[in-house]
Design a binder for this molecule. Structure first.
Ligand code: GDP
Ligand code: CA
Length: 325
């Protein structure tokens, strides 16, 4: 921490770990406050899939679309104002079309696939997509190699998107694993960013299928234990705002709560944020040997995203320098 104290606020390096919708919201707020030199966003690729020969990276795309302003904020996925003519044509041709890709969205996957086929890595391709969408901050897919999330359920082992989209998260989860149990590698760029980070921020993403894939890559969890890590709860009042995070806690035998998230991260997180509605959980979280604060954390628009991000950054700075920004 002495090293941090010698740095001024504008010299600190932050890495945000994000999945899709919840992660992108906080990343958006952070990106509005921190310059690209100070913030790197590392995104889950466990959800990635092939769709009609195209490489789709749903969480990376949610982050790209959110930071570029392309996002469909109503649905939480895809591009605002998109049309689905292509999907209609596929249906007319009797193609199984449970994965809904809009016409504009399709362009992203076409370009990604084209660039990958030209020999670029997923990291390079994502940087190129970000540049073309006018995003200045580095957005890093967690790995250049496929590292698919697999769910062992009461309906057998399912690919992530089959569980999430085709089966609407209905199967009961028994276990989550990655890449057939074979260890994965974070990209060199991710390891470098984490090595240089003064503060790692766990966005309010699903702990099991958005953050865990990143943590399970070789060396990442160990590295985080040596870094200052803070996290914002994706669970508010015992519920997920969207998606299966609360259901997953229950199925894995834990009552969903902000405390359950803090407990899940307790081996490396030292500052935890709950929503202001969950102040009653703060005392129990403090017993996990981490600092805890309550902040407004529901972030529908950029205004709330900036406010939440700003409170988190201020708090980090105060905790570890004793100085207010
Ligand atoms: P996904 O990959 O699209 O499912 O997205 P993430 O894993 O990044 O985020 C899902 C989580 O985001 C859910 O558990 C939600 O409860 C949480 N979430 C969504 N919006 C918000 C928000 O405004 N504030 C907070 N604190 N959590 C949110
Ligand atoms: Ca996701």
């Amino acid at each position: 921490m002495n090293e941090i104290k010698r740095k001024s606020a504008d010299q600190l390096n932050y890495v945000a770990l994000a999945g899709g919708v919840g992660g992108a919201k906080l990343a958006h707020g952070l990106a509005a406050l921190l310059p690209p030199e100070q913030l790197t966003i590392v995104v889950n690729t466990g959800d990635d899939m092939q769709y009609m020969g195209l490489q789709v990276c749903p969480d990376v795309d949610t982050v790209l679309y959110t930071l570029s302003g392309w996002a469909n904020t109503q649905s939480g996925w895809g591009v605002a104002g998109d049309t689905f003519n292509n999907l209609g044509a596929l249906a007319a041709l009797d193609v199984d079309h449970w994965f809904r890709i809009g016409d504009k969205d399709l362009a992203t996957h076409m370009l990604r696939t084209l660039l990958l086929e030209s020999g670029l890595t997923l990291t390079q391709v994502t940087a190129e997509l970000a540049r073309r969408m006018g995003i200045a901050h580095p957005i890093l897919p967690m790995s250049d190699a496929p590292y698919p999330t697999l769910l062992e359920t009461n309906q057998g082992v399912l690919d992530f998107q089959v569980y999430f989209v085709k089966n609407h998260c209905e199967p009961v989860i028994k276990r989550i694993f990655w890449n057939d149990g074979k260890e994965g590698q974070a990209s060199p760029q991710v390891m470098l960013a984490l090595n240089e980070a003064d503060c790692v921020i766990l966005c309010p993403s699903n702990p099991f299928v958005s953050i865990d894939p990143i943590l399970s890559l070789k060396g990442v969890r160990d590295l985080l234990r040596e870094r200052f890590c803070m996290a914002l709860s994706p669970i508010i009042q015992g519920k997920a705002l969207k998606g299966p995070a609360a259901k997953m806690f229950s199925e894995l035998g834990v009552v969903p709560s902000a405390h359950a998230v803090a407990d899940y991260y307790k081996d490396f997180v030292s500052l935890f944020f709950v929503d202001e509605l969950d102040q009653a959980e703060m005392a129990a979280i403090a017993e996990l040997d981490m600092a805890v604060e309550a902040i407004p954390s529901i972030m529908p628009t950029l205004k709330e995203r900036k406010q939440t991000a700003s409170l988190m950054l201020d708090s980090f700075f105060q905790h570890f320098t004793g100085v207010s920004t």
